[in-house]
Design a protein around this ligand. Structure first.
Ligand code: GTP
Ligand code: MG
Length: 439
């Protein structure tokens, strides 16, 4: 890990097959982050699977099923350096079935590259009502990914044509503006992830373009101020049993500072222990700060004490737990629903790394999406493209925080029928009470 460079988590998002994995694979190979030997091996493998054009994508698509089907399913992480920063690149899947993995990736990211294929028809499908260019952009915004670069990709297919580039740029700008991104500050970069055009070096095929390369654009991202003075929150991504070490939970520090030797608590399991060691990118570190993706070992912990969706904190200011008789008030935007959201609806809520069913106890207000003004009290329904205040109750214990306290822990997405129904932030929390044990 380069000690003199600042660190950013960068998620690669966009519609299926728009070239996310290929682009980042190519970038890593061209800049030497992947050895020639490994690149040659991937090329050979892609040939074996009869998927020659996917060889760059194999840098990220490592599962056998991903390589055979030519799609990304799960998140893949890789390290990458630019002149001023080093990145953890999180390659997200575009396929609609795997949006939950994309949400997990975006919830860990500081910045994103939105990859939009400029190929005739592909850009249009991505920004359509049920396209993932649109869905991913919405989710990224709500999950707090504030900085974005848009790559108008597959330039080799649209013949490096400036008019097509402008057309794509305008369409995507409109979409992003509506979602609430500061479009003026966003770099749009024409690229070909297949031929490497404009990734790490300027391309003479794009002489009409005078903006940054993709590498320059991501190098220009601003490092967000780290909430080190807030309460410690580390949502758990997963836990592994490692021979000789024991149980190793992994996750990203969202707020606060975690030091070796710290006394900790994991909620909602309530496990208490002490940090024995912290690791990042396979190196031991004395302390971890917001943005760090870490693994750690804790004396005496077992697999039952920790898992995906749990949250680690200090016992002096432990992660807030909402009990199944508690509730939270959320401000939501409905992205998609075949009919409408009504009281009693019980979809799955994704918040940080947790996925839990939760019930809409009441619909409290319908809001004007642009101004936040109340349009209607106690509406019967909230439909697609409408915003509102709602009260939700988790069916199991859930760690959550008010958005104003810890924004990173105060966002959620509502999913149903394999799609994102709504995204929102936590306004108020009523934790409820632990169930009283019968004597
Ligand atoms: P998912 O992860 O499944 O959403 O797909 P992805 O966005 O990662 O796309 P991937 O990199 O797997 O590429 C999909 C297909 O598009 C492959 O056949 C690639 O070879 C092709 N492709 C990707 N980038 C380019 C490009 O710049 N030019 C051309 N001509 N083809 C590309
Ligand atoms: Mg992919």
């Amino acid at each position: 890990m380069p000690k003199d460079k600042e660190h950013l988590n960068l998620v690669i998002i966009g519609h299926i097959d728009h070239g996310k994995s290929t682009m980042m694979g190519c970038m890593l190979i061209k800049t030497g982050a992947i050895s020639d030997r490994e690149a040659r091996e991937l090329e050979k493998l892609a040939k074996e699977y009869d998927r020659e054009s996917w060889s760059y994508a194999y840098v990220f698509d490592r599962l056998k099923e991903e390589r055979q089907r030519g799609i990304t399913i799960d998140l893949a992480f890789r390290k990458f350096e630019t002149p001023s920063k080093y990145f953890t690149i999180i390659d997200a899947p575009g396929h609609a079935d795997f949006v939950k993995n994309m949400i997990t990736g975006a919830s860990q990211a500081d910045a994103a590259i939105l990859v939009v294929s400029g190929k005739k028809g592909e850009m249009e499908v991505g920004i359509a009502a049920n396209g993932q260019t649109r869905e991913h952009a919405y989710l990224a915004q709500t999950l707090g990914v504030k900085q974005l670069v848009v790559a108008i990709n597959k330039a080799d297919v649209w013949d490096y044509d400036q008019a097509r580039y402008e057309e794509c740029k305008d369409a995507v700008s409109d979409l992003l503006r509506n979602i609430g991104f500061p479009v003026k500050k966003i770099n749009f970069v024409p690229t070909s992830g297949m031929t490497g055009e404009n990734l790490a070096e300027k391309s003479d095929k794009l002489s009409w373009y005078d903006g940054p390369t993709l590498l320059e654009a991501i190098d220009a991202f601003i490092i967000p101020e780290k909430p080190t003075d807030k309460a410690l929150r580390v949502p758990i991504q997963d836990a592994y049993k490692i021979k000789g070490t024991g149980v190793v939970p992994v996750g990203r520090v969202e707020s606060g500072v975690l030091k070796k030797g710290d006394k900790i608590i994991i909620n909602p399991t309530g496990f208490k222990g002490e940090i024995r060691s912290i690791e990042m990118h396979h190196e031991e570190i004395p302390q971890a700060i917001p943005g760090d993706n870490i693994g750690f070992s804790i004396r005496g912990i077992e697999m039952k004490d920790v898992g995906r969706g749990d949250c680690l904190g200090h016992p002096s200011d432990p992660p807030t737990v909402i009990f199944p008789n508690g509730k939270w008030e959320g401000q939501i935007i409905v992205i998609w629903h075949p009919t409408a959201i009504a009281q009693g609806y019980t979809p799955v809520v994704h918040a940080h790394t947790a996925q839990i069913a939760a019930k809409f106890m009441s619909l409290d207000k319908k809001l004007d999406q642009k101004t936040g003004a109340v349009i209607e009290d106690n509406p019967k329904f909230i439909k697609k493209n409408e915003a509102g205040m709602v009260t939700l109750q988790p069916i199991k214990k859930l760690c959550l925080e008010k958005y104003t306290d810890i924004p990173e822990m105060g966002r959620f997405a509502v999913r149903d029928m394999g799609r994102t129904v709504a995204v929102g932030i936590v306004k108020e929390i009523d934790v409820g009470a632990p169930a009283v044990k019968k004597a």
